[in-house]
Write a protein that binds this ligand. Structure first.
Ligand code: SF4
Length: 125
């Protein structure tokens, strides 16, 4: 390994095996990915190195409900650097009870290919 080669290690989160995977990168180019025991692990590390994505599961404010908040989730992971803009959009939301699980409350949030949907029913007071 030359001096400009960077080594990064990951714990694969795709399945409970949690394989330790190592990647070598030089000048922004992936030289190798090793340690995975299936192709999904290699794809996971490749994605982390090139276009990392994350998902979030925050809550939104509910008015007139038995509970003040309803949990939501994204339908697809989003680029890691869009987490804060998406959180800002979700924080602006206030929905009125009754709230039904599965309801889309934000379509294509921040222009991304992901929806924000309710994951908890909240009855009206
Ligand atoms: S590399 Fe494959 S077997 Fe290992 S944790 Fe990832 S998905 Fe599971």
């Amino acid at each position: 390994m030359s001096e400009s080669t960077i080594k990064k290690t990951y714990t694969c989160i795709i399945c409970p095996n949690g394989c330790d995977i190592e990647a070598e990168i030089k000048d922004g180019e992936i030289l190798s990915i090793t340690g995975h025991t299936c192709p999904k692990g290699e794809a996971y590390v490749h994605q982390e190195l090139t276009a990392p994505t994350r998902t979030i599961a925050p809550s939104v404010l509910v008015t007139g409900g038995e509970l003040p908040l309803a949990s939501v989730r994204l339908t697809k992971p989003i680029p890691k650097d869009m987490i804060f803009p998406v959180m800002d959009e979700i924080k602006k939301l206030t929905i009125t009870a009754p709230v039904c699980e599965g309801t889309v409350v934000l379509e294509k949030v921040c222009g991304l290919d992901s929806e924000v949907i309710i994951t908890k029913n909240v009855k009206a007071k």
